[in-house]
Design a protein around this ligand. Structure first.
Ligand code: PMP
Length: 306
């Protein structure tokens, strides 16, 4: 295949990339009843290592809970399948995509007789918002679409169906010439990006919306909060951030498995701070890349070596 990967783990076995298919009457395809993860493996000084695999597995199982979706594989089985996939394909730096969904069976909205299918794919994937974005920052648009409220749908579960909102926000932004969107919650406060959490720096302190603001409990978010606190920063991790505060921020940045730590240099064409990567963002971005590429011994417990 074009990604130079030959196999995908699907329901307990390794199958050819082109054969990893589903029936068109798959429940998850019709109703968005799937859950997924996005995980990165880094080519580190000590060999390939998966960043925070255990936390991603925790979230994967937890995402199924509101939907009564019990995964028919243990943590050990999913871990072994993933490690075996990476070794087989000789993948070093890559993105890992576990997915589980209600499969082919009955077609009522309530799953009955539907199996829970599980697959894990992996492929090389560079900087999500572009290599240049990591240094220069991205220009973002505040989406006209609001994020679904956590009272309407569990926003802390990484459910496939939720991502049509991300698609709308991201595509609206790109149609308008921006790289990415910022999505406000139902109250009109800042929630997150379509696939990223957001951080704000003001007067040397760091703010990020809390879980009650309808965000995904990002694993990169949690890691960056910890790295920042270790460096002496005050981090307000249950902040409510109004739209207007974005414009007066000293710095803004996104975090996410795909986006890593990406500075935001403009919001709706208003320049943020000095209009490029700010000093706090740069320090935390450097700390993040030093960590994930293992140029430090810190937090070795966050890595699963392939
Ligand atoms: N918010 C949303 C909506 C996301 O899809 C993601 C990506 N999983 C994130 C935040 C960042 O989460 P993480 O750092 O765990 O990748």
């Amino acid at each position: 295949d074009e990604m130079d990967v030959d196999t995908i783990w699907q329901d307990g076995s390794f199958v050819d990339w082109d054969d990893a298919t589903v029936h068109v009457l798959t429940h998850g395809l019709h109703y968005g009843s799937g859950i997924f993860e996005g995980v990165r493996c880094y080519d580190t000084e000590n060999g390939p290592a998966i960043f925070r695999w255990e936390e991603h597995l925790d979230r994967f199982y937890q995402s199924g809970q509101p939907y009564d979706m019990e995964l028919p594989y243990s943590r050990e089985e999913l871990t072994e399948a993933t490690l075996e996939l990476l070794r087989r394909e000789g993948l070093e730096s890559c993105y890992i995509r576990p997915v589980a969904f209600y499969g082919y069976g009955s077609l009522g909205v309530s799953p009955k007789d539907n199996p829970v299918n599980v697959a894990i794919a992996a492929w090389p994937w560079g900087a999500y918002l572009g290599e240049e974005a990591l240094e220069r920052g991205v220009e973002v648009m505040i989406s006209s679409w609001r994020k679904h409220a956590s009272s309407q749908i569990p926003t802390n579960a990484k459910t496939t169906g939720l991502y049509v909102n991300s698609l709308l926000a991201g595509e609206e932004a790109r149609r308008n010439g921006y790289t990415e969107a910022i999505v406000l919650n139902k109250e009109g406060n800042v929630a997150e990006g379509p696939g990223e959490n957001i951080f704000l720096v003001r007067d040397g302190e760091i703010y990020t919306p809390g879980l009650s603001e309808s965000i995904l409990d990002g694993i990169t978010r949690n890691s960056v909060i910890e790295l920042a606190r270790e460096r002496g920063y005050t981090v307000h991790d249950r902040a409510t951030i109004s739209r207007g505060e974005l414009n007066t921020a000293d710095e803004l940045f996104f975090t996410g498995t795909a986006a890593e730590v990406t500075p935001i240099r403009k919001v709706d064409n208003v320049v943020i701070g000095n209009g490029s990567r700010g000093p706090v963002t740069e320090e935390l971005q450097q700390a993040f890349f030093d960590l994930v590429e293992r140029r430090t011994d810190a937090h070795d417990e966050w890595f699963t070596y392939v």
